[in-house]
Design a protein around this ligand. Sequence first.
Ligand code: DGL
Length: 248
Amino acid sequence: MKVGVFDSGAGGLSVVKSLLEHKLFDEIIYYGDTARVPYGTKDKNTIIRYSLEALEFFNNFDIDLLITACNTVSAHALTEMREASGYEIVGVIEPGIRALENKLPTKDAPILITGTRATIASGRYQRELMERGYHNLTAIQTGLFVPLVEEGIFDGPVLDEVMEYYFKAISAPSAIILGCTHFPLISDAMRDYFEKSPLMIHSGDAIVEHLADQCGITGSDGENNLKIFASDNVEGLRRTAKGWLGDV
Ligand code: DGL
């Protein structure tokens, strides 16, 4: 199978990593809109417009399925993208919610939702969780983590300071939804910030479970042929991919 993975920039490589580890696909076509990242600070109409333009890129490839690794796109543009495309499109929000439900069925457990301004403002995670009975929710925009991760800062004093800024009023969440492509790279630091290690919900792992349960995609002998494209500085994105993906 050939899958497309779309993200606003480099962050979606965190989802690609999970796909590669499970060898689900023969070919992965990755497109990062690096010329226009971040999407998380844009308004809904702009996010939809950029996402529909990205579909035009994927028209050059005969993909079987598209994964929108970007939480911001998944929160705002999935309906419009699905209407405009001829293939199945899977976002990351529903898989993340399912993963949480499977691992933490206790409905009154305190859950911390993190994400970009646009993702949190969309209220998508909050609504879907409340529909499933979760009611002890705190949602915060943690956009400063995005440039830190882009700079390769995954731990240390600067990150500690930013975590203190965002999390100082939050006590003991049972789970944290990493509602942004970049946050899995600082998942360990976020978990260690809190005394009782919360359950971390990672879009990449959640997508793998979702593809198996909802789409019947379980193969483990895919060829893992990854092709990376970008709207700006593709060489830079390929270098980032080497660093983030390691030997997978
Ligand atoms: N990919 C975005 C997300 O997951 C983060 C970066 C951005 O703001 O574009 O929400």
